[in-house]
Every structure is written in structure tokens, then in C-alpha cells.
Ligand binder design. Structure first.
Ligand code: NAD
Length: 260
């Protein structure tokens, strides 16, 4: 068990990548806090973990809401006696060419991906500094933290921005043994991606099969999707790493779509 008794709060963990990380962390002995928009969905994900023999609790948290973020982190610390790992994972996708993108949708994307990362980082870092036992902060970036694709301006902008935040947190956190890294997955078949396939097919006037083969997996080494388990294993590795040697980095998990 690589994360025995570590307390980990994962945003957006009622679904997709975050849910898989929460389940894998629990298998590795961590006490897991499922933080997501709807309390019902977060509770269901926490119940699944408890039924499988793990330890989990649910908190309702919109990551763009300062008060909810602070309360969620405080509740986690009170319930589980501290906080060792934050995974800032909550995210959405909005597909649109720049010329048709509304300011509202631009702001919404930056709020969830960047304000959310900032607010959760601030609350988690405060708790980690106070308890004095270090910590690991992990951001869910994307290959789009390094590459661009059409129709994804605010997503690409926000995911690039996370690299900057992670580097500053690595520098500021070092004295308190707080490490900060970014995981950059390629395409993973979660609800976020399933929704995009027909949307991109419509925008580009091609079939859904071509969206998968000619857009999403075109530049991978083997034409394969990254899996939620691939990302979860990377998140375990980063959280379990014992020293400040691995901090301020991004780890790309994408079947070679992007090579650093
Ligand atoms: P998903 O839609 O399956 O899960 C996203 C979760 O985030 C949902 O449970 C949703 O309720 C939650 N969420 C959305 N807005 C929120 C908010 N304001 N506050 C709290 N929770 C909120 O998507 P996923 O594919 O698992 O995506 C998770 C993360 O991984 C995102 O940051 C996404 O950008 C990133 N990512 C996904 C892929 C992919 O191909 N699926 C690739 C690279 C990066």
C-alpha cells in the first residue's frame, strides 16, 4: 500500500478520471475525500469505495465557490485529521471556434479550471503548512497543457495556465515539503470525451469514427486511448514520491501523442 493513511481530496471525483483515482487511492490505503458539485453523486462514489473496504467521505464543492472550497477542505481535515494530497481535477469542455465563443463560456471555462485550481490550492496549502507534514498537490492538466487543438481555446489556455501555477506552488511549497506536479493525459473515454465526439463530428463535418481515428488518436504511437487507470497509477506515483526531487513537473500520459 503506497498511500497508507494519507488523506487525499480529489475534486470532480464523482465521475471519470477523478473517480478512478479515488478508487485506486483507497486501494493504496488512502482516506479519500470525494469533492464534486452534487452531494448525491459524491456520496454514491464514496459509498462504492466504502463497500469495497476503503475509507471515503463526500463533500459538496463547486470549485469556483470560495466558501464551499474552504468549507470542504476544512470538513476533510476535521474528519480525517489532516490533508496530504490535493488533486485539482474538476473540469469541463466547451467546443467552439474562437469567433463564435461567448465571453460567458470563456469565463466559465477559466473559472472552473483556473479559479478552481487556485482556490483549492490555497485552502489545501494552508492546511498542509499548518499541520507541518508536507504534502503533494497534483493538477489535472492535459496534452493540451503543451499542445493546441482547434475549437478548444479556453481549455488549452487554462491547461497551459496550470503549468505556471504548479511551478509557483513548487517554489513556494518547497520549504514546507509541499510538492506540486501536473498530470497531462491524452484522450480518455470519460463522459467529458464521449460528449465531444458527436460535437466535433458536427463542427468538422466528418463521421464520429473519423473524430476518434483522425483527430483524437491520430498522433499516438499505437492508436490507443489512455485509460482512467493509466492516469490513476500516475497519480499514485506522484503522491507517493518521497522527496522534493520531483516537483514543478508535468508528466504526460498519452500513448506518445505528445513527447517532451
Ligand atoms: P468527467 O466529466 O467524467 O468528470 C468531471 C467531473 O468534474 C464531474 O464529476 C463533474 O461533476 C465535476 N465538475 C465539473 N465542474 C465542477 C465544478 N465547478 N466543481 C466541482 N466539480 C466539478 O471528466 P473527466 O474526463 O474525468 O475529466 C477530469 C479532468 O481530466 C478534467 O480536468 C479534464 O480536463 C481532464 N482531462 C480529461 C481528459 C479526457 O480525455 N477525458 C484528458 C486530459 C485531461
Amino acid at each position: 500500500m503506497l498511500l497508507k493513511d494519507k488523506v487525499a481530496l480529489i475534486t470532480g471525483s464523482a465521475s471519470g478520471i477523478g473517480k478512478e483515482i479515488a478508487q485506486e487511492y483507497a486501494r493504496q490505503g488512502a482516506k479519500v475525500v470525494i469533492a464534486d458539485l452534487a452531494l448525491d453523486a459524491a456520496r454514491a462514489a464514496a459509498d462504492d469505495i466504502t463497500k469495497a473496504g476503503g475509507t471515503a467521505m463526500a463533500v459538496a464543492m463547486n470549485v469556483t465557490d470560495e466558501a464551499q472550497v474552504n468549507k470542504g477542505v476544512e470538513d476533510a481535515v476535521n474528519a480525517f485529521g489532516g490533508l496530504d494530497v490535493l488533486i485539482s481535477n474538476a473540469g469541463i469542455q466547451i467546443i467552439s471556434p474562437v469567433v463564435d465563443l461567448s465571453l460567458d463560456n470563456w469565463r466559465k471555462m477559466l473559472a472552473i479550471h483556473l479559479d478552481g485550481a487556485f482556490l483549492t490550492t490555497r485552502a489545501a496549502m494552508k492546511a498542509m503548512v499548518k499541520q507541518g507534514r508536507g504534502g503533494s498537490i497534483i493538477y489535472m492538466g492535459s496534452v493540451h497543457s503543451h499542445e493546441a487543438s482547434p475549437l478548444k481555446a479556453p481549455y488549452v489556455t487554462a491547461k497551459h495556465g496550470l503549468l505556471g501555477l504548479a511551478k509557483v506552488v513548487a517554489k513556494e511549497g518547497a520549504k514546507d515539503k509541499i510538492r506540486s506536479n501536473v498530470i497531462c493525459p491524452g484522450f480518455v473515454r470519460t463522459p467529458l470525451v464521449e460528449k465531444q465526439i458527436p460535437e466535433q463530428a458536427k463542427e468538422f463535418g466528418i463521421s464520429e469514427d473519423d473524430v476518434v481515428k483522425k483527430i483524437m488518436l491520430k498522433d499516438t504511437v499505437d492508436g490507443e486511448f489512455t485509460t482512467t487507470q493509466d492516469v490513476a497509477q500516475t497519480a499514485v506515483f506522484l503522491a507517493a514520491f518521497p522527496t522534493n526531487a520531483l516537483t514543478g513537473q508535468s508528466v504526460v500520459v498519452s500513448h506518445g501523442w505528445y513527447m517532451q
